[in-house]
Ligand binder design. Structure first.
Ligand code: UD1
Length: 418
């Protein structure tokens, strides 16, 4: 049970490189199930979620061998098409194995993921999409049991909402289905586009990734490839806000600023100086951030996974900001912890009103999820005295060496056992 102890008041200065995207690599590991043989991913972050997804793949019969920031995965001819509750509970994204397992085996049993720290999180769109391709599902004792007795056949599917997970599940089934699938209103996140790059290299026939209409023409088989994981825009954005909140100047390297256009635009509105090149950007924080309003939306809107970090910054603003959360019903849960530090916040349905304060004061807080955990550490970079963040296994799920990276920028921060 480790904790992060951060002492506020130091200006961060320097540069930090980011690794591959958590939300890409997890799905790219699953995509490998589509082709027997030896696959390799490079630029893989050393995070807990990759280890947890590795356990899911191991259960299915694959063998995952980490090699520094590479991950070699051997996929056998015969798979065990199931993901049990103890694994799915730890790694909610395991639900994505449904599509590829149905495509390869014609059957799949995956424990129903249920809710988590961000709210109820249903999977109705995943199941409706796979049903349209010919799968049948039953919920048996908490497990989703899927069968495709006649194989999968391409279909026209329109998503009510551009769900990242549903888009991936459908895509990972449709690539091996008979005929053409037209997917309307798919998610357009860069991580989906990178999954399509990997699948295309594996031999899949996909057009329209990143647009509002994707066409997937099923192929008979796919083959293993080496693939470099797209940089993590959320990790990059978190370090940008670390620099901004500390009134410092931080350059983020090995990233794609184009994937953070909205977040960088909003940071500039708070008074940050933002400079950017093709694969780096630099953010210099103002003394007091200007208040801004923003709403989270699917990409290319403001990422819900950057909302808590931005709110931490606005908590030090010189005015009142209004933030609207459109993706998750429980995403504001961390605000109670930020208020323990002295933040002046009220919430009404999916809106939070943040009246900026000149000072917050460090205290013990609990990290409720990955991004909120990171946001509380960021608030601690500027708060008076010590902020002690517990439940940091959440932070370990998504950030490699978070404490070391912030320390390398000059933060007074350490990890210690509770
Ligand atoms: C992924 C990301 C997560 C990010 C989110 C939105 C991973 C591992 N996680 O999650 O970090 O915050 O995208 O950018 O990549 N929904 C339904 N029915 C469904 C599917 C989704 O109602 O069948 C709802 C969800 O409850 C949520 C919203 O749609 O309110 C968005 O979910 P979705 O885009 O599917 O997110 P995830 O893939 O779960």
């Amino acid at each position: 049970m480790d904790q992060i102890v951060v002492t506020g008041g130091t200006r961060l200065e320097g540069s930090v490189p980011v690794l591959g995207a958590k939300n890409a690599v997890l799905k790219q590991m699953v995509a490998m199930l589509l082709a027997p043989g030896s696959h390799r991913l490079t630029n893989v972050p050393g995070i807990l979620d990759v280890e947890l997804m590795g356990r899911v793949l191991d259960h299915i019969g694959a063998e995952c061998k980490p090699d520094g920031h590479d991950l070699i995965v051997e996929i056998p001819d015969d798979l065990r098409p199931e993901a049990p509750l103890e694994l799915v509970r730890q790694m909610r994204a395991s639900i994505i194995v449904l599509g590829p397992l149905l495509a390869r085996n014609g059957t799949a049993s995956v424990a129903f993921p249920g809710g988590d720290d961000l709210g109820a999180r249903p999977i109705d769109m995943h199941l409706a999409g796979l049903r349209a391709l010919g799968a049948e599902f039953e919920l048996e004792h908490g497990t989703v049991v899927g069968r495709a007795p006649n194989g999968l056949t391409g279909a026209e599917i329109d998503l009510e909402f551009p769900s990242v997970g549903a888009t991936e599940n459908i895509l990972l089934a449709a690539v091996l289905a008979r005929g053409e699938t037209v997917l309307g209103n798919p998610a357009r996140e860069p991580e989906i586009q990178d999954l399509v790059v990997q699948l295309t290299a594996m031999g899949a026939d996909i057009t329209g990734a990143g647009t509002s209409r994707m066409v997937i023409r099923g192929v008979g088989e796919l083959h293993p490839v080496d693939h470099r994981v797209v940089p993590d825009r959320l990790e990059a954005g978190t370090y940008a806000i670390a620099g901004a909140i500390s009134r410092g100047r931080v350059r983020v390297d090995h990233c794609l600023p184009d994937h953070l256009r909205m977040e960088l635009k909003k940071l500039a509105e708070t008074g940050c100086e933002v400079k950017r090149g093709d694969d780096w950007f630099e953010v210099e924080g103002p003394d007091r951030p200007r208040p801004i309003d923003f709403a989270t939306l699917p990409f290319p809107g403001f990422a819900t996974d950057m909302q808590p970090q931005m709110v931490a910054l606005l908590a030090f603003g010189n005015g009142t900001s209004v933030v609207t959360e459109n993706l998750y019903d429980a995403r504001f849960r961390y605000l109670g912890e930020l208020m323990r530090m002295g933040a002046d916040v009220t919430t009404e349905w999916q809106h939070a009103v943040i009246r900026g304060s000149e000072r917050l004061s460090g205290c013990p807080v609990l990290a409720p999820d990955i991004r909120a955990g990171a946001a509380l550490v960021l608030a601690g970079l500027r708060a008076d005295g010590y902020t002690i963040v517990s439940d940091i296994q959440h932070i370990d799920r998504g950030y490699e060496g978070f404490v070391d990276r912030l320390a390398s920028l000059g933060a007074v921060i350490e990890r210690r056992s509770a």
